[in-house]
Design a protein around this ligand. Structure first.
Ligand SMILES: O=C(O)C1=C[C@@H](OP(=O)(O)O)[C@@H](O)[C@H](O)C1
Ligand SMILES: C=C(OP(=O)(O)O)C(=O)O
Length: 427
């Protein structure tokens, strides 16, 4: 009966703007000379931290009364002066802003939360040093760090991108501000779609980017130009409502995302299709319809879209056969060790899980109520909220509000869309 009713009334999701596009657009607009308007930016802890960090670096970002858009008054170059920059929990701020600052002049100190301090930075700092930066890191390749900036030389980038693509993204966005052209090989990077997003947005802001070979790029010195940009809904965030639709036989439509999306994580809907959901991706919207059955029995490499691996892991206990997710070793280096967090919490729910360094195999089975350890990781909280809903099991989050890193209104939106959703406050 639920099925027929939901098919008659498709649900329209309201998903906030892409975190990754918002962060990049803020930086590129900051480097441009003049005012850029960013429509529908993400308003969440990470992007507010990024905006405040730019303020520390001397870039003014004005919000419209209801945050419909942000106006960024770019400085037309890399930062100059002295600043203490607080990156909070935002990996994007910690990886994008030091190379941008190093291309300027002055002394810039970066720090962040304990969680962010634990995350790797050394490949980025090594690459910056090779480009001529002077970087001091009392804690050996992690935050806090101080950049004594006198411009960056350019040349061939050599960056170990096996832990994160964010190092290369930060260096690439700083590249037009360097003295010589920059050449980089992107082929060995994890999370490759994020590099393509970086290059697309750099071009949107006027950078001269060439791809002489597939996967090899050259960025030429030049200036960014101010741009008006409409930011798409966040595809990683959308994975939770799409997954919930797939597992509960609802039909959910998200306007504003479509075939031309800059976000690799939209490919998560292909994973849902493999599980048996009906998926339609058009120019201007994405629709996912659950069919009442989740087909498991396959192995999937989610290395390119690892922010969504926990969403699939949360559906896997409900599938009709075991599922293996592999290629996600770098997910151990995010807000939490996400492979360990998934294993721990699924086992707490009574599910059998086999874990290796870069993979999990999840064996479907009956669920039992559990208290979920979020490890202050928004995606663990959101993924297990989907499991609670779809598996009709009482799962309590130890930290429901950690979702605010990327989606402060997550629980409210889930409750608005899915009447059977129990918000954690009432569990
Ligand atoms: O560049 C970006 O905006 C991001 C890149 C990815 O990180 P890694 O490259 O570290 O996998 C992703 O997990 C993160 O949420 C956002
Ligand atoms: C890994 C993530 O964030 P960050 O930008 O801090 O790396 C994430 O949002 O899942």
């Amino acid at each position: 009966m639920t099925t027929q009713l939901s098919r008659l009334r498709p649900l329209t999701a309201r998903i906030p703007g892409s975190k990754s596009i918002t962060a990049r657009a803020l930086l590129l607009a900051a480097a441009a000379r003049g005012t850029s308007t960013l429509w529908a930016p993400l308003i969440s802890h990470d992007t507010l931290a990024f905006k405040a960090a730019l303020g520390d670096l001397g870039v003014a970002v004005e919000n419209s009364p209801s945050d419909q858009y942000w106006d960024v008054t770019g400085i037309g170059r890399a930062p100059v002066g002295t600043a203490k920059v607080w990156c909070a929990d935002a990996g994007t701020a910690a990886r994008f802003l030091p190379p941008f600052s190093a291309a300027g002049e002055g002394t810039f100190t970066f720090d962040g939360s304990e969680q962010l301090r634990a995350r790797p930075l050394s490949p980025l700092l090594k690459a910056m040093t090779a480009l001529g930066a002077h970087v001091e890191t009392p804690s050996a390749g992690r935050l806090p760090l101080t950049v004594r900036a006198a411009g960056l030389e350019g040349g061939t980038l050599r960056v170990d991108s096996s832990m994160s693509s964010q190092f290369l993204s930060g260096l690439l966005m700083a590249a037009p501000l360097m003295r010589r052209p920059v050449r980089a090989d992107l082929r060995d990077s994890v999370s490759r779609p994020y590099l393509d997003m970086t290059l697309s947005l750099m071009r949107r802001f006027g950078a001269d980017v060439k791809e002489p070979d597939n996967g090899v790029v050259e960025v030429h010195p030049g200036s960014y130009r101010p741009t008006a940009l409409v930011i798409e809904p966040d595809a990683s965030t959308a994975s939770y409502v799409f997954a919930a639709a797939a597992a509960t036989e609802h039909k959910v439509t998200l306007p504003g995302l479509g075939v031309h999306s800059l976000q690799g994580d939209l490919r998560f809907v292909e994973v849902l299709s493999r599980l048996g959901a009906l998926v339609e991706v058009s120019e201007g919207s994405v629709t996912v319809t659950g069919t009442g059955r989740l087909r498991g029995g396959f192995t999937i490499d989610m290395g390119d879209i690892s922010d969504t691996f926990m969403t699939l892991a949360a559906l896997a206990p409900l599938a009709d056969a075991p599922l293996t997710i592999r290629g996600v070793a770098h997910a151990r280096l995010k807000e939490s060790d996400r492979i360990a967090a998934v294993t721990h919490n699924l086992r707490a729910c009574g599910i059998e899980v086999d874990e290796t360094q870069d993979a999990v195999t999840i064996h479907p089975g009956p669920l039992r109520p559990a208290r979920i350890a979020c490890y202050r990781d928004h995606r663990i909280a959101m993924a297990f909220s989907v499991l609670g809903l779809a598996g009709r099991v009482r799962l309590t989050l130890d930290d429901p509000s950690c979702v605010a890193k990327t989606f402060p209104g997550f629980h409210q939106e889930m409750a608005r869309l899915f009447t059977e959703y129990i918000t954690p406050e009432f569990r």
